[in-house]
Design a protein around this ligand. Structure first.
Ligand code: URA
Length: 247
């Protein structure tokens, strides 16, 4: 896929046409067949919080299905009191791309599937524009597996209880590349408090349990729905993801 065509697709999908040219080209060159990320684009190394990594040790080697069953009955935090059901993940297990979001909204709580509401529909269109989809080459999960009531942000304690599941979910999936959408996914997996705007534009490397996975970060689709003028930055991020050659 050429940049021009994919940009047109994405702009169309995101409702921000007409097509315009990038001010600067991200990355050095486009490769469609690399098995490792391009070294010149890997600028930031991140190791998940050691506490989090240790907490996931008890889940070591669990398959996705066993993990899903365990999560379905989880009562580690108060979100279990108000959820309709847990929302574990969707898409193709062991797919090359794994997308990590924040947590289920109302629609996801109803259906048990991540990213099915308005922001999920935007996410699907964004992924499609770079040749990715949950029925083809992508797996999607969230940092927290239960809907925070009133659509509030997940609390730190809830993230700490739930993210060992995410770590094992990533290890078990073994993605070639991660797309982290929104600050909760980004800050949890990159072990940082920096805002998204300071972290985007480079390829990060998430190190967990012997795996070292390139990660691209971008704004959460819910944020893009509120701030459509930021969609062009998300497009740059998707191009960077595409350039890594795993999708
Ligand atoms: N927002 C998320 O971060 N995840 C979902 O599953 C839905 C909305």
């Amino acid at each position: 896929m050429t940049n021009t065509r994919s940009k047109a697709d994405l702009f169309d999908a995101m409702g921000i046409g007409p097509v315009w040219e990038l001010r600067k080209q991200v990355g050095a060159k486009v490769s469609t067949a690399i098995s490792e990320p391009m070294p010149e684009t890997v600028l930031e190394q991140a190791t998940v919080d050691p506490g989090l990594a240790n907490a996931s040790i008890s889940l070591e080697n669990m398959s996705l299905e066993s993990l899903r069953e365990m999560v379905a009955t989880c009562k580690k935090c108060g979100l279990c009191e108000t959820r309709k059901q847990t929302v574990f993940g969707d898409g193709i297990p062991h797919a090359p791309l794994m997308v990590v979001g924040e947590g289920p909204g109302v629609d996801e709580d109803q259906t048990g599937l991540p990213f099915v509401g308005k922001s999920g529909q935007l996410l699907d269109r964004m992924l499609k524009a770079v040749g990715a989809s949950r029925v083809n080459n992508t797996y999607i999960a969230n940092v927290v597996k239960c809907h925070p009531p009133g659509n509030r942000n997940p609390e730190q304690a809830e993230i700490e209880q739930c993210s060992p599941y995410l770590v094992q979910q990533i290890k078990s999936n073994g993605p070639k590349v991660l797309l982290l959408v929104g600050r909760f996914a980004i800050q949890t997996l990159l072990n940082t408090k920096k805002p998204v705007g300071e972290l985007r534009g480079v390829v990060h490397k998430v190190t967990l349990g012997g795996l070292s996975i390139p990660a691209v970060v971008t704004y959460h689709p819910a944020y893009l729905l509120r701030r459509p003028e930021e969609k062009s930055k998300a497009w740059d991020d998707l191009l960077l993801l595409k350039q890594l050659g795993f999708i």
